[in-house]
Design a protein around this ligand. Sequence first.
Ligand code: FA5
Length: 343
Amino acid sequence: MGNELESLKEKIEREAQGIKNQADLLKFKEKFLSRKKGEISLLFKKIPSLDPEMRSSFGMEINRLKKIGEKLLNEAEERIKGEKRSSIISERIPDPTLPGKKKIHGSIHPIARTSYEIEEIFLRMGYDIEEGPDVETEFFNFEALNIPKYHPAREQQDTFYIREDLLLRTHTSPVQIRAMRKRKPPIRVIAPGRVFRRDEPDPTHTPMFYQVEGLVVDKGINFSHLKGTLEIFSKSLFGKLTKVRFRPSYFPFTEPSAEVDISCPICGGKNPNCRICGGTGWIEILGAGMVHPKVLMAGGIDPEIYSGFAFGLGVDRTFLIKSQLLDIRYYYENRVEFLEQFR
Ligand code: FA5
């Protein structure tokens, strides 16, 4: 019996030395220490067949062997972990005397940040944020906004069609209809988002850009509410001294309609060669107007009882003004060296 235990001990020690990886560890455990079939456990089964006076000393010997096996297994496990750790370290840091790598933190894209700034101003005024899909139906993008088929306004907002009646939205105005159908007056929402047009890229146009729509519907809403709101907004975004100017314009979904200009925040109209306002002293920032009765009806709202105003602002051009840059296309080239300056 003594020999049998001795040769098993040698075998265990030999094999423990040969453990190199996780698979070897499992194999070793299975072979010697497994409860059912492990070679040490099998020895316990021999005890009943031994002379009674031998049983207790043999049992003690097997227990000792089991402890040795477990200890060797633990040591091998630690050894493997240590080897793995040091190999990871040596892989990661080939030369620990080299200076550390600088971590580059990303930041929010300047156009997105401008959109957030605009959103915050309106949130402070008590507006909610409303969302609509980028892929929009022809009905919401045009028909419901009083732009029937063959209306000349469709020409200015040609877009990318997915099907005949499904397109990439050309403005955030369809969210006006969605908001009216979803909510009951009083409605006070803004709808930021991406829009698409079949526009040739140039310094002030890209085929994809961002807008923020605004919509207020309630009893007794009039043009002076629109004017006051846009004045507060413009002063908050461009500075307290900013002046706002309304010019008559036309949109099929508002009546009356206006283009809204702000006084040039760069030169205030004093520089005839200003790169931003071209010396005129004014820069157009958005389109606005009183919601057309047909649009209120398409939104399920009675124009005899309620009225409203709406506006739509180009976020990209707003950022262009704020950053005093001249070409919108730079923002979409994704050149980190360029974008880094707006962190
Ligand atoms: C509209 O899109 C109207 N939906 C705005 C509106 C809403 C009017 C509610 C009345 C009531 P417009 O086509 O002018 O209007 O576009 C609004 C703004 O989007 C422009 O002032 C401009 O800042 C921006 N914009 C238009 N086309 C482009 C383009 N290709 N690239 C970048 N910005 C653009």
